[in-house]
Design a protein around this ligand. Structure first.
Ligand code: 13P
Length: 262
């Protein structure tokens, strides 16, 4: 189970980038800067091949490790797949599930995503469950319905206890890697909707404690204004997480907004 979360939750999804040397160096730079952002919960999510190197680089620090995907079976003849127990063994606390790139490029569906969410929980990992609408859905006024459907299907069968370990990441697909960020108001509308659905489905405790991240072109320049929104608890950062300075600056800006709120 992941460590108790405090302050802004900032996760870096390195996607299919960085070899062992670069991954290890980036993780070490982030650990070195960690003392400046101690109230944040930081998670690094390297490609599978660099999990060991990053685990070694962050050992003994409060920075946590995550993986980018998992398969829903624990072991067996599934060439090329990686299971929850394997990720746990590799010292992961978190795993991304249902990232939009996996949904769009690798055929993941709400049903397979649900199997993966449940497999992650079964293995003692916290899933970072990713949802988000495509541009046509936003333009067609279907965003909130799409989000509600992804939540209902992706989280089907989970108990209240399970929900305490799920992190939700709202990533509008049109904002990923495009430089086009959702405005704080656009993001907040969806985050409030997500928390509202959790309140209806699981009650106040689950809704109030849920960590709901925003992802999609998060940068140091927009971190503060996004984090100021009531229902944004942190970020899932792609491109900007590949640079230690940028990643730490995003965390610092979120922390500035967090401290002002208190
Ligand atoms: P960018 O921050 O590069 O837009 O990517 C967001 C993302 O997909 C994180 O999972």
């Amino acid at each position: 189970m992941a460590a108790p979360v405090q302050g802004p939750f900032i996760a870096g999804n390195w996607k299919m980038n960085l070899g062992l040397r670069e991954a290890s160096a980036l993780a070490r730079q982030i650990v070195a800067a960690e003392s400046e952002i101690t109230d944040c919960s930081l998670v690094l999510i390297p490609p599978f091949t660099a999990l060991g190197a990053v685990a070694a680089a962050i050992a003994g620090s409060p920075v946590a490790l995550g993986a980018q995907d998992l398969f829903w079976e624990d072991q067996g003849a599934f060439t090329g797949e990686v299971s929850g127990p394997m990720l746990k063994d590799a010292r992961c606390a978190y795993v991304l599930v249902g990232h939009s790139e996996r949904r769009q490029l690798f055929g993941e569906t709400d049903e397979t995503v649900n199997r993966k969410v449940r497999a992650a929980l079964r293995s003692g990992l916290s899933p970072i469950f990713c949802i988000g609408e495509v541009l046509a859905e936003r333009d067609g006024g279907q965003t909130l319905d799409r989000i509600a459907a992804q939540l209902a299907q992706g989280l089907a069968g989970l108990s209240k206890e399970d929900m305490a370990r799920v992190v939700i990441a709202y990533e509008p697909v049109w904002a990923i890697g495009t430089g086009r960020t959702a405005s704080p108001g656009q993001a907040e509308e969806v985050h409030a909707h997500i928390r509202g659905r959790l309140r209806e489905g699981y009650g106040n405790d689950t809704a109030d404690c849920a960590i709901i991240l925003y992802g999609g072109s998060v940068k140091p320049a927009n971190s503060y204004s996004l984090f100021r929104e009531k229902n944004i608890d942190g970020f899932l950062v792609g491109g900007a997480s590949l640079d230690a300075g940028g990643f730490v600056a995003i965390a610092k800006e979120a922390l500035r907004a967090y401290r002002e709120e208190k």
